[in-house]
Design a protein around this ligand. Structure first.
Ligand SMILES: Cc1ncc(COP(=O)(O)O)c(C=O)c1O
Length: 426
């Protein structure tokens, strides 16, 4: 038995089966630095997947801030401390002034759970709308919004899933504004169906860039029209920015891409560069009423060490101009992918913004038939060639790439070269 087989056997014995792992030949990683990861044999991989350490693996400024605070004090959140206030202040400075309250937690699921509960409290409704290819977390309420993993309890009657705004396999073969309106009409139809069932809408919860659905180039007027339908029905719009925030899209927030200001937004993954911290941001009228009614308290959410890490992430984003880098290098990579699309028939569509890309793989460009088996094979080939990525999407056929934000044009050239080689070998 080699070392990896030994670890796999231990893992299965101790954690049980069903703990997902990436790649047919799983990786045993032991070190990370910038955009690079290293395995136990000392082999180096270009990380084109991980958005949690989005300021770069083990960034020295974040590590130092974390250690310094851990050496000084870490305690639960019912004492006064500056870190949580400094952090809340710096987040709010980057947002529309209507969003004026911050609530901290530890995971994206928890943030979405709180967002849904406060939407219900604020609107008096119970119903939620999500897309038909969504994932938003693993608590029992949030699992109701998971189209890709059916909840073990089955779906409740208060959920309506609308067609996700796919810009490649377009609804009724429409384009442009007509397509955006057709998808928004699906939201209106979902609200009508809820009303017919006697269910009042609480809100619509979607990722503003449809990160798990497979990314979309549908015009921003889709979400603008959809949010208007939601508001007209007395509901709120919750932007799940667990993947899309903190510069990933080349703008600081994902909702800037969609041209809407959410009523509530949720944050997670890259917030603490791997340290577990998440958040909900909303108008005070929404958060305050809920906090008082629900007595929300979170032992770890917003503790001094988590906030020190999150503050350091904001420092690095600003000091290293990483949002601007995501926009600039992102455009460069996107052009490179479009070049590969001209060369390789298996690439049906290339989408994305900033340093978040989806490459839609097809068996046939004319029919747009998805190629999930080939996509998975390519992900595994890339792993063996030393570049890490994954696949997602409603049809499991979208190569998903989200490298750490310090990704350079040199890194991009390396990625494009290896991808070109591996596509040719498929
Ligand atoms: C869009 C989105 N929201 C929420 C979550 C849940 O976050 P967590 O795993 O931190 O609970 C995820 C996780 O993948 C996600 O992709």
């Amino acid at each position: 038995m080699n070392k990896n087989q030994e670890l796999l056997a231990r893992r299965e014995q101790l954690l049980g089966t069903g703990n997902p792992l990436f790649y047919e030949d799983p990786l045993h990683l032991v070190k990370g630095e910038g955009v690079w990861l290293y395995d136990a044999d000392g082999r180096k991989y270009l990380d084109c997947y991980n958005n949690v350490p989005s300021v770069g693996h083990c960034h020295p400024h974040v590590v130092e801030a974390l250690c310094e605070q851990a050496r000084t004090l870490n305690i639960h959140t019912r004492y006064l401390h500056e870190n949580i206030l400094d952090y809340a202040e710096r987040l709010l400075q980057k947002l529309d002034p209507s969003l004026d309250r911050v609530m901290l937690a530890c995971t994206g699921s928890e943030a979405n759970e709180q967002a849904m509960r406060m939407a219900r409290h604020y609107t008096g409704g119970t119903g939620f709308i999500c897309t038909d290819a969504s994932y938003h977390g693993n608590t029992s309420l949030v699992a109701q919004l998971s189209a890709i993993f059916e909840p073990i309890e089955g779906y409740a009657d208060f959920i309506r899933m609308v067609k996700w705004p796919d810009s490649y396999r377009c609804l009724d073969d429409l384009e442009g504004e007509a397509l955006a309106t057709a998808y928004a009409d699906c939201v209106k139809a979902a609200i009508d169906s809820m009303h017919e069932a006697g269910i009042k809408l609480a809100g619509m919860l979607v990722c503003p860039i449809y990160a798990n659905e497979g990314l979309s180039d549908v015009l921003p007027s889709y979400l603008q029209q959809a949010v208007k339908h939601v508001h007209d029905a007395g509901g709120v719009f919750i932007a799940d920015e667990v993947q899309s925030a903190f510069g990933r899209t080349g703008t600081f927030w994902g909702h800037e891409q969609a041209g809407v200001v959410p009523d509530i937004m949720t944050l997670g993954k890259p917030m603490g560069a791997g340290h577990p911290i998440s958040g909900v941001i909303a108008r005070s009228e929404i958060i305050d009423g809920y906090r008082n009614a629900a007595m929300y308290f979170n032992t770890f959410g917003g503790n001094p060490v988590s906030c020190a890490a999150a503050l350091a992430v904001l420092d690095v984003l600003d000091q290293e101009s990483l949002v601007e880098n995501a926009a600039e290098v992102g455009d460069y990579v996107l052009k490179g992918f479009k070049g590969l699309q001209d060369k390789h028939d298996i690439i049906g569509d290339v989408r994305g913004s900033g340093l978040f890309f989806g490459i839609d793989m097809v068996k046939d460009q004319a029919t747009k038939e998805a190629a999930p088996i080939e996509t998975k094979a390519l992900v595994n080939k890339m792993r063996h060639a030393g570049v890490l990525m994954s696949n997602i999407g409603a049809l499991d056929n979208v190569l998903k790439l989200r490298p750490p934000l310090p990704f350079s044009k040199e890194n991009a050239d390396y990625l494009l070269e290896i991808l070109d080689q591996q596509l040719s070998s498929l």
